[in-house]
Design a protein around this ligand. Structure first.
Ligand code: SF4
Length: 361
């Protein structure tokens, strides 16, 4: 296996830029479907060297960003129930709901703890036996196995004051929905690295069968440039297929053991995505067998029908229909210090990336 520095070495990368230009004989409009790719592409400066015939748009790959305003409001309502302590990944803390964020709820006295893993939340439950600790599950296929393992551990140790509010989602559903939109005009997918470690590169075959060039890529500059070259070549040759450029992490089949554990705990449900609305079987709910660990069954919470923040274009950005500098609030009323929408809060959000690394019009 190569040392990671080889994927960043300028001497090795410069020829790849020339190769990308040579490979691009037809226009490519590609969607990157992973928040970590969004950031990595900006951080590496790849956008600044892109040939004009290649356009990159972000898709629905940031889990915090695609969490609906309705779910955010339900999270905040849950955090304010006396005797409840919510455990969250840090990015969620400042995401605005209809009237404030979890950070505002914490300032009013709600118990909100930032954790690094669902197991940390379970540990929190053992330290606070008089409270109900609720882990807010916001993520894709990458984080779901960890939550499933935590629920199994809670069941094994009979920890009764721990549960999960699952808004976990799966990636193929929204991709399917987006690729049916003729206005979007996407002809290539830079497929996610982390999610694919679980679902496998083979999961994108149906997209290739429908004419989309697909490459699973890692996150280093050489990974990304090679991925773009492979996509450009597939389109130039008119032979769309799935290529796996990240075999050091991703196999064709994915991680069967992780998927079996997820299958034991979760079942597919229709769920709401910010900007995309409800998508059939694109969410994961906790099975009745493990209902003791389902926050929605333990607590009297209804999910409201909340509106998106006024003027915010996150929904359109998550569909690849616009870019942050076209939002009238970008950089004025909406900044990382004072975010209006989740795409400016999340460390994987497209608005945060444009704000940090520069704007394009
Ligand atoms: S700049 Fe702010 S308001 Fe505009 S789309 Fe992004 S997050 Fe929403």
């Amino acid at each position: 296996m190569k040392h990671i520095d080889e994927y960043r070495d300028g001497e090795l990368i410069r020829p790849l830029v020339a190769e990308l230009r040579q490979s691009l004989t037809r226009p490519v409009r590609l969607m990157e479907v992973c928040g970590t790719h969004t950031m990595a592409i900006f951080r590496s400066g790849i956008r600044s060297i892109l040939p004009e015939a290649m356009e990159i748009v972000s898709g629905p790959g940031c889990p915090v960003c695609v969490t609906s305003a309705s779910h955010m409001d339900a999270f905040i309502a849950m955090a304010e129930i006396p005797g409840v302590r919510v455990a969250i990944f840090g990015d969620l803390f400042r995401v605005p709901g209809s009237s404030g964020s979890l950070a505002n709820a914490a300032a009013r006295g709600a118990q909100v703890e930032v954790v690094y893993s669902p197991m940390d939340a379970l540990e929190l439950a053992t330290r606070h036996p008089a409270e109900l600790v609720v882990f807010l599950g916001v993520g894709f296929e990458t984080t779901t196995p960890g939550i499933a393992a935590t629920i199994l551990a809670a069941a094994k140790d009979a920890v009764d004051n721990f549960c999960v509010f699952s808004t976990q989602k799966v990636i193929p559903g929204p991709l399917e929905a987006l690729m049916q939109d003729p206005d979007l005009n996407i002809n290539a997918l830079l497929c996610p690295g982390h999610v694919s470690a679980i679902i496998g590169a083979g999961a994108y075959q149906p997209f290739a069968d429908r004419g989309l060039a697909c490459v699973v890529a890692g996150f280093e500059p050489a990974d990304l440039l090679n991925g773009l070259i492979m996509l450009a070549r597939q389109i130039a040759e008119g032979r769309p297929k799935v290529e796996n450029l990240y075999p050091r992490v991703v196999s064709w089949e994915g991680n069967g053991r992780a998927r079996a554990m997820v299958e034991e705990i979760f079942e597919p449900v229709d769920t709401e995505w910010r900007g995309l609305g409800f998508i059939e079987r694109s969410g994961l709910a906790i099975r009745d067998k493990y209902g003791r660990y389902d926050a929605l069954k333990r607590l009297d919470i209804t999910i409201p029908a909340s509106a998106e923040p006024k003027g915010c274009l996150c929904g359109e950005i998550l569909k690849g229909k616009t870019i942050p500098p076209h939002c009238p609030l970008f950089g004025s009323r909406c900044t990382p210090a004072n975010p209006v929408g989740p795409c400016m809060v999340s460390s994987e959000g497209t608005c945060a990336a444009y704000h940090k690394y520069g704007q394009e019009t």
